[in-house]
Design a protein around this ligand. Structure first.
Ligand SMILES: [Zn+2]
Length: 376
């Protein structure tokens, strides 16, 4: 299939990423404010602005009068110059969102998946969702930068292979990224659902959100980690199997084969209808995580959690306040996800935007390569 993203042109320059990050803020900006925020010379800023205008990502939008001097040109982001598609593959549904370059969600749609769905079932659902989206929104033609997929793991983000999806029988070493690229004709980015989710929070909340965890409870328990200002994926890109950390050595057997995992204890409490206990079990795991990696923000997400968000948030807050030694000094902000049910799909779309139009880092450049060079 012809690749509709081939002519888009992705940023490969650190300074372009910096300027675009400023442009994503709501207000129009001028050359001097960019120079002050980035430390670049006004001449260097002018060159970057010219390149971004040429790519159609920003445009002049007016003049700023300043005393008796020459007025300064104001610029703004053109949010509909690029779009990204994000997908959340859950055990029963495929949720698809379309976001613009700012990361705002333009549309969201849910497709049911058959029980114990196969890779073919999923690819058919994905193709249908993208076809419907482009048919309903003709303005996206030729402007979709790619498709981000957030899926339950374990999976290898770097190779784009789903190793084994918990509780799905047909998902063993499936090269989903490559197969989706072939089916959709667009660059594809595959990541764990929780890592996509934490990226959504980070993209929206800015640089103050530097060490954080997204705790997700939805047909299982996972955690997306954002450490040192970027997604943390670990040695095998499989970080986040938070639900399979053990809380009780001689506890009940978990689907993963171990005994007393957080997930099995939590799910048994839910099955007993004891949500306060389920929330306390989750809180104990969160306290362990805070102790292990010293995070400053905990974001709670997932349909099963958000249904009882007051109970979960109160339990996690109380757990941190009473069980973390010196909680007066080690302050941790506990919030609910700002994007509700769309968070994973939106985050997957923002991963596409981040790889193509964010500030490049050595790690993201390595993982972004397949996005910029899709299968022909
Ligand atoms: Zn387990």
């Amino acid at each position: 299939m012809r690749n509709p993203a081939a002519g888009l042109g992705f940023l490969r320059d650190y300074n372009e990423g910096l300027v675009l990050a400023i442009a994503r803020g709501a207000a129009p900006f001028d050359r001097a404010s960019v120079a002050a925020a980035t430390g670049l010379t006004p001449q260097a800023v002018s060159k970057v602005l010219a390149r971004l205008i040429k790519q159609g990502l920003i445009a002049p939008c007016g003049l700023k009068r300043q005393g008796a001097g020459k007025p300064a040109t104001l610029y703004e982001l053109l949010p509909t110059s690029r779009f990204a598609v994000g997908m959340h593959v859950a055990r029963r549904t495929l949720r698809t969102v379309l976001t613009d370059l700012r990361g705002d969600i333009a549309t969201s749609h849910v497709t049911p998946l058959p029980p114990d769905f196969t890779p073919r079932d999923l690819l058919d659902a994905m193709t249908g969702a993208v076809a419907r989206l482009t048919r309903d929104r003709p303005q996206t033609a030729g402007r979709i930068a790619g498709v981000g997929i957030g899926m339950v793991g374990p999976l290898d983000h770097a190779l784009g292979i789903v190793r084994d999806a918990h509780r799905l029988r047909h998902w063993h070493d499936v090269p989903l990224r490559e197969r989706a690229q072939d089916a959709l004709g667009l660059p594809v980015h595959l990541d764990k659902d929780v890592t996509a989710g934490v990226t959504a929070e980070a993209w929206r909340r800015g640089p103050a959100f530097d060490d954080a965890a997204l705790i997700m409870v939805e047909s299982g328990v996972g955690a997306g980690l954002w450490l040192d200002g970027r997604a943390h994926r670990g040695a095998h890109t499989n970080a986040g199997e938070f639900g399979h950390t053990v809380l009780q050595l001689d506890g009940p057997r978990c689907a993963c084969g171990r005994h007393g995992c957080l997930e099995v204890l939590h799910d048994l409490a839910v099955a007993d209808g004891d949500i306060p206990r389920a929330a306390r079990i989750l809180a104990a795991g969160v306290v362990n995580l805070v102790q292990a990696v010293d995070i400053g923000h905990v974001v709670l997400a997932g349909a099963d959690l958000l249904q009882h968000h007051r109970t979960y948030r109160a339990a996690v807050t109380a757990g941190i306040e009473t069980e973390v030694p010196r909680a007066d000094w080690l302050t941790v902000e506990v919030t609910l996800s700002s994007l509700g049910a769309d968070i994973i799909a939106a985050g997957a779309a923002m991963q596409i935007l981040d790889a193509s139009y964010g500030v490049p880092s050595p790690a993201s450049a390595a993982h972004a390569a397949p996005v910029a060079q899709p299968a022909p």
